[in-house]
Design a protein around this ligand. Sequence first.
Ligand code: SAM
Length: 280
Amino acid sequence: MSAIDDLPPLREVISRHGLSARKSLGQNFLLDLNLTAKIARCAGDLHGSDVLEVGPGPGGLTRGLLAEGARKVVAVEKDRRCIPALEEIARAYEGRLEILEGDALELDLSQHLNPPIRIVSNLPYNVGTELLTRWLDPPEWPPFWTSLTLMFQLEVAQRITAKAGEKHYGRLAVLAGWRTDARIVMKLSPEAFTPAPKVRSAVVTLNCLPEPRYPANPKILRDLVARAFNQRRKMLRASLKGLRPDIEDRLVSAGIKPTDRAETVDIERFCALARSLEKP
Ligand code: SAM
């Protein structure tokens, strides 16, 4: 396959800048630029979009995003050692790459980009889940982004995209499915990364819906779903008992049997129950 840009191969970049992978920062790098360009394409046509990338590392995915036509990439990296390598990319793609050094969990990132904004990242898994939860639950809907394309370990990807009744269905699937179309778009074996992690990975794309799929108060729905799945093997009349004395009636009015378990209740019925709980 032909090179995606005129910059040096990533192995050379990593050895020249001494970027030995650090476990503490969840560093598993993607070194195949054709693969990173393919991941970039999972986010859709990038022409005319700004892209937020969290954790660019030595810049493999960053180069994929730029080569695939992103109008501008804002890349936030916590590891200072990676910044000079990223600056080389910024010079090659003049005016299209802004590098921010810092912790993505502590920065307000939306102010650096203009809509439409796509978020594309290969993140350490713990940081990824935390950021996903925040991006899915902003103060206002629609949020500042139009799509999220994120790498997760396969099991987490399945938890984000599962449907009611499936093994991995839970809190994350309800929150993701309520306000986005979430799909696994690529699966990767451990060998795609350097060093190879222990588990398989998958890329998930979440396309923002202009309106939530069903009306519900976000805070009530979030609390309800957390409570319901906290004891996922229990019948809902037991796990939700503390919420209201008449919880059984409210379950029935939402189309849910009091003996049902959370894992069988779809998003529509969770939203109906959240609406019922808003009433006195
Ligand atoms: N995107 C690169 C790639 O695909 O090869 C690197 C991926 S590596 C799995 C995760 C990257 O996220 C590392 O470069 C790490 O230093 C960075 N990182 C870890 N925690 C971070 C945080 N809280 N904020 C910003 N970057 C972080």
